[in-house]
Design a protein around this ligand. Structure first.
Ligand SMILES: Cc1cc2nc3c(=O)[nH]c(=O)nc-3n(C[C@H](O)[C@H](O)[C@H](O)COP(=O)(O)OP(=O)(O)OC[C@H]3O[C@@H](n4cnc5c(N)ncnc54)[C@H](O)[C@@H]3O)c2cc1C
Length: 416
């Protein structure tokens, strides 16, 4: 079957690879010159089932409200006259009960664990070098009360198959010698030995090359303008360089999926939540983290990716604005200097900001919709690198009329 995949980020490329491996003729369309140059470009690099908690939680409404008057907050909610944001926010609030939080977190966990297994298979199959580390991740806590909360929360994930260990600050320094000098600042950490890290861009571009070798056609520098349909089926894609047709279509445009979907009367509750990242050259490898992680008190994520240190932070409700200024990164640089003072050339930052495609409840939107030949692979939010292989495998299974290996209830559009 000829299948047109809209979007050449990690989601679109991984889907194209699996479809081509299944024997389909796959065409990827993306507006950028290369694969992976938007949300998949410089994320934190964490493959992190241990950080899978749904953002909509009983504490979230308070944190959102607080962010309206606090400047130092890791979350920046802004009062804007954007009806899509308000519709999304209402759905988010409806998911802030303990019960919904638990259900959404477990759906995400099952997908993340499945995805990690599929990524391991892909890694063996393709040999792509993406500066990966499989040494676990550390979720660091400074405040004792916050650490207690983290330990209470981790039981849900432990009870559902994830290996997690609460460790004290001495053990943190044993696991991560680069944190020895910052040990006094920490109460402890939750260590997730099965979590991983790696460069999502290198993976996406490596897999795009592997997909091309399988026959996938990569139409880069093509802007998708609209989908043509007859009410029941998609008939073609109108791009700035002409029309592209297939028998089936996959929508994997990240934060931009809902814009295109809206034009054809399909409502996708995906909203962009901006994040910021810095990449720094490592100058003292022994001082750089061997294990990636998150400073949970400041929500700054970090990972060593080859000879670079990557830091990311902030959930900013700024609409589709991806601009940034040096001041946006001051907080995460301060945290990194505290944790890894001599690791990197802090005066040589490479700044970046991009949009997480967030659903209000947390799990992505996969599979069919009202158009019989249009499949959705979008809304992976803050976990798209972790979930990519699993989501793409599920899509390829659905298109190939196979039953996915995990239950996809709660991952499809009909939940809204
Ligand atoms: C700061 C930050 C840190 C993050 N950290 C992590 C992490 O540690 N771990 C993790 O698992 N996830 C993380 N994420 C999330 C992850 O990066 C995303 O979920 C993932 O990259 C989404 O992939 P995607 O393919 O759906 O979107 P994208 O990579 O954005 O791909 C969508 C593609 O669609 C193309 N496109 C859009 N509109 C059009 C159009 N009209 N015509 C043609 N092409 C179009 C774009 O060019 C783009 O290439 C992070 C995200 C951010 C922003």
């Amino acid at each position: 079957m000829r299948i047109v995949i809209l979007g050449g980020g990690v989601m679109g490329i991984t889907t194209a690879y699996y479809l081509a491996a299944d024997g389909h003729e796959a065409v990827v369309i993306d507006r950028q010159a290369q694969a992976g140059l938007e949300a998949s470009y410089a994320n934190a690099g964490l493959i992190a089932p241990g950080h899978v908690y749904a953002w909509a939680s009983p504490r979230a409404p308070f944190i959102l409200l607080q962010s309206l008057w606090r400047d130092d907050s890791a979350l920046k909610f802004r009062l804007k006259a954007d009806p899509h944001m308000w519709a999304w926010a209402l759905r988010f609030l409806a998911n802030c009960t303990a019960e919904r939080n638990r259900a959404n977190t477990l759906r995400k966990l099952s997908l993340c664990l499945y995805s990690q297994n599929e990524l391991a298979v892909l890694r063996r199959e393709t040999n792509i070098d993406y500066d990966g580390t499989e040494a676990g991740l550390l979720y660091l806590y400074r405040d004792p009360a916050h650490f207690e909360l983290g330990k209470a929360n981790m039981r849900l994930l432990q009870d559902h198959g994830l290996s997690l260990h609460a460790v004290d600050a001495d053990r943190v320094a044993e696991l991560e010698p680069a944190l020895a000098s910052a040990k006094q600042k920490l109460t402890g950490a939750i260590y997730a030995p099965g979590d991983e890290s790696g460069d999502c861009l290198k993976f996406t571009q490596g897999l795009a090359a592997a997909a091309a070798r399988l026959g996938v056609e990569l139409r880069m520098d093509h802007v998708v303008r609209r989908l043509e349909h007859d009410g029941a089926r998609i008939l073609g894609v109108d791009t700035d360089k002409g029309r592209v047709e297939g028998e089936a279509y996959v929508l994997a445009l990240g934060s931009f999926s809902p814009i295109l979907a809206r034009q054809i009367g399909l409502s996708l509750p995906v909203y962009p939540v901006k994040g910021y990242s810095i990449t720094l050259p490592i100058i003292e490898p022994k001082e750089a983290p061997r294990i990636g992680g998150v400073d949970e008190d400041h929500l700054v994520a970090y990972a060593t990716l080859g000879d670079r240190l990557r830091l990311t932070a902030t959930a900013d409700f700024a609409g589709y604005d991806t601009s940034f200024a040096a001041g946006d990164f001051a907080g995460m640089v301060r945290i990194s200097r505290e944790l890894f003072p001599h690791a990197a050339a802090y005066d040589e930052p490479d700044y970046w900001a991009c949009l997480r495609p967030m659903t209000p409840d947390g799990p992505p939107i996969l599979g069919r919709c009202k158009f019989t030949n249009l499949y959705l692979n979008t809304g992976q939010g803050h976990m798209g690198w972790t979930m990519a292989a699993g989501c793409a495998r599920i899509l390829a299974d659905l298109i190939g009329r196979r039953t996915p290996a995990i239950d996809i209830a709660g991952l499809t559009l009909d939940r809204y």
